[in-house]
Design a protein around this ligand. Structure first.
Ligand SMILES: [Zn+2]
Ligand SMILES: [Zn+2]
Length: 325
């Protein structure tokens, strides 16, 4: 993104409460882009309604839920451990095959291709809650109306604004990695596979087309919708409500939100994460359940993950709000 000298000056003057300068002149994406994004968001959501309606009195097979659970965990860890902790922040190094496997798993979550995901998320950390942040809930200021509009923007509205994040600037390491470029190019095919897999499995298990369709609904569309909204809630809710036990950079208002800990695989310990972004564990305190960190620990024991950046207790204590500098 190129900025005019006035825009740069306005950024330097930013007070943390008023709307972002670029919020005044919203960018608009192309119709195709808006249509595609809307389809990716609305179809899984509509499927949730259809799913409940279908399941009502028609029974919902156990294998539908089991497959939904398995795919939720596989694609969810692909995003949290692969896209986020490994590829965005380099919290550990992984064997090449594991790196690719995690990137493939994350690509099956309908959250965009791996290169763009990483670029956008790095930009979020570079400009957290100030002008330049692709999805800050503070974009429209801190009035009640601005905050509500900001939450909608941070949750999913930001995907509908044509505000591209240049991968060449934010993710040159991934662009230089042929394996990652390949996975990124395969994103449409992996998305299709993410839905075809449950359909075919359901068809094979139940022996009927109808059985295939119910599995497609629950383990395909509804599973995608749930993970999308949990991930987006980290962008929206986890910058507005919850606790802030650790100090973060100026303007950065990331919070810890315990109710989302399990479903988000530990990503809702977002204040801990913004305080120490390269750390492999986001739940810094003992009782803060962090399944992604548990999975990284398992990979480390198996010898597949190395150079894991575990939290340094002394450093974290010094970063606690109220602790002396
Ligand atoms: Zn954040
Ligand atoms: Zn991050």
């Amino acid at each position: 993104m190129t900025l005019s000298p006035e825009a740069i000056k306005r950024r330097a003057d930013y007070d943390g409460d008023s709307p972002f300068p670029e919020a005044v002149h919203d960018f608009t994406a192309s119709r195709f882009q808006i249509g595609l994004t809307a389809a990716l968001v609305v179809i899984p959501l509509a499927a949730l309604g259809a799913g409940v309606w279908l399941a009502w009195g028609n029974g919902l097979a156990l294998h539908d839920l089991l497959l939904a659970g398995v795919l939720y965990v596989v694609t969810g860890l692909g995003v949290t451990v692969g896209f986020h902790r490994l590829l965005t922040h380099g919290s550990f190094t992984a064997r090449p095959w594991l790196r690719v496997a995690l990137a493939i798993a994350g690509s099956m979550s309908f959250q965009g291709n791996v290169v763009d995901w990483v670029a956008i998320h790095r930009r979020h950390h570079a400009f957290t809650d100030r002008p330049g942040d692709p999805h800050s809930p503070y974009r429209y200021g801190t009035s009640l109306r601005g905050q509500l509009r900001g939450l909608a923007h941070a949750h999913l509205g930001w995907m509908f604004t044509g505000d591209p994040t240049p991968a060449a600037r934010y993710a040159p390491d991934l662009l230089a990695d042929p394996a990652m470029v390949k996975v990124a190019r395969a994103f449409p095919a992996l998305s299709a596979g993410s839905l075809a897999l449950p359909f075919l499995a359901g068809w094979a298990i139940s022996g009927s087309l109808y059985g295939g369709l119910t599995t497609f609904l629950w383990a395909g569309l509804i599973r995608v919708a749930l993970l999308q909204h949990i991930t987006w809630s980290v962008n929206s809710l986890c910058h507005v409500m919850g606790s802030r036990p650790f100090r973060t950079r100026r303007h950065d208002r990331a919070t810890n939100l315990w109710p989302l800990a399990l479903l988000s695989f530990g990503e809702s310990w977002h204040n801990g994460h913004h305080s120490e972004p390269t750390c492999a564990r986001h739940g810094m305190d003992r009782h803060q359940i962090d399944p992604s960190a548990g999975f990284i620990r398992l990979l480390e024991r198996l010898g597949w993950a190395e150079a894991v950046r575990w939290p340094d207790p002394h450093r974290m204590e010094s970063r606690r709000s109220g602790a002396s500098e």
